[in-house]
Ligand binder design. Structure first.
Ligand code: NAD
Ligand code: SER
Length: 314
């Protein structure tokens, strides 16, 4: 069995990915790593390593010494935070990727997962059912870094045979850990306000449609793509996957079916421009054809699960 390292393990995706991979492969084979000093309780059921992905020597030493074979590289600045700190976003989102790609090129790693995003698309991309291959002119530093990263992954695969796999995640919605600075975060925050019985002030306008997905679907997609035979992975930039697309208004209506008194107001801020540059919905037919991907959670189910499980911190 391969030893697995998840870098950026304390974040929204990492937390759930660590739990899912430990469930599948056992706690000891799945090492959680993050720049944070302390391991959160939720993933304290297995090994934890404090590791800064920007410390190239430390990362190399750890991966080589521990004989790690698979890496999931999740550490990054997300879209909204990246716009506030473009230089650092570029550094963090790119340098760590090269460290990991180079280790695979040198033969230390057998397989890499690196996530991309719907942010690789831009204002000139067809917005509805955005195809796998289309116009890609992102207008955010985050999108530029993800598009560059996708192309570097593809380059390392074709030139050096590196087995790197990637998914363009939509906005992810979860209740086990909080989101970390994205434009789609409103679709998580809204459930906390609904559960508290408070009005939600949304930072996007009511008719802003965005591609979204419940975390269980995203984790399943990630593990399925990592487990599929090499020859089925035909896209080495990154795969489109789709869950459900909705606007804040549509999400509110769905919440009101269960909580009729829930109220929303709108105060769009700088994140509106980011959201306006992204697709409304995604065509994931290539992922379906190549490795059998299929989402399972639609909007009504997502709302039901979130309202049942979101717990307000005391
Ligand atoms: P997050 O912000 O919740 O988590 C990122 C984690 O990386 C944090 O725990 C942080 O402490 C850690 N980190 C930051 N700097 C680090 C460093 N120097 N060294 C090691 N760890 C460091 O992000 P997330 O939502 O879990 O996203 C993970 C990946 O998935 C990112 O690449 C992101 O771009 C991508 N993605 C996320 C979404 C989403 O909706 N969550 C959508 C598309 C793509
Ligand atoms: N959810 C992410 C963000 O909003 C998309 O990559 O940044």
């Amino acid at each position: 069995m391969s030893k697995i390292l998840i870098i950026g393990a304390c974040g929204q995706i990492g937390t759930e990915l660590v739990l899912a991979l430990r469930e599948k492969y056992g706690n000891q084979l799945v090492i959680a790593a993050d720049v944070r000093e302390n391991c959160p309780d939720i993933i304290a059921n297995g090994p934890y390593k404090k590791l800064d992905i920007l410390d190239r020597d430390a990362v190399r030493e750890f991966i080589i010494d521990e004989k790690i074979e698979h890496v999931y590289l999740l550490a990054a600045l997300l879209s909204a935070t990246a716009e506030k700190n473009p230089d650092f976003a570029w550094k963090l989102n790119m340098e760590g990727l090269f460290t990991i790609l180079d280790l695979a090129k040198e033969g230390y790693l057998k397989r890499i997962f690196w996530p991309s995003s719907i942010a690789v698309f831009g204002p000139t991309t067809p917005k509805v059912e955005t195809p796998q291959q289309t116009i890609m002119e992102p207008s955010t530093v985050y999108g530029i870094s993800k598009l560059a990263g996708e192309n570097w992954c593809s380059y390392y695969h074709s030139k050096f045979g590196v087995d790197v796999r990637s998914i363009r995640y939509p906005g992810l919605i979860s209740y086990k850990s909080l989101p970390g600075g994205g434009t789609t975060d409103y679709a998580v925050d809204i459930f906390y306000k609904a559960k508290e019985g408070k009005e939600f002030n949304c930072f996007l306008s009511e008719n802003t449609a965005l591609p979204m997905m419940f975390m269980d679907d995203a984790i399943r997609a990630t593990i399925e793509l990592m487990e599929v035979d090499q020859e089925k992975v035909k896209i080495r930039t990154s795969y489109n996957i789709a869950g459900c697309s909705f606007t804040p208004k549509e999400l509110t209506h769905e919440i009101q079916k269960i909580m009729p008194n829930f109220k929303i107001s709108y105060s769009p801020d700088y994140r509106q421009e980011i959201a306006d540059s992204w697709p409304d919905s995604i065509d994931d037919s290539v992922a379906k054809k190549d490795w059998g991907w299929s989402s399972q959670v639609d909007l009504p189910k997502l709302v039901e699960i979130m309202l049942k499980n979101v717990s307000i911190p005391v």
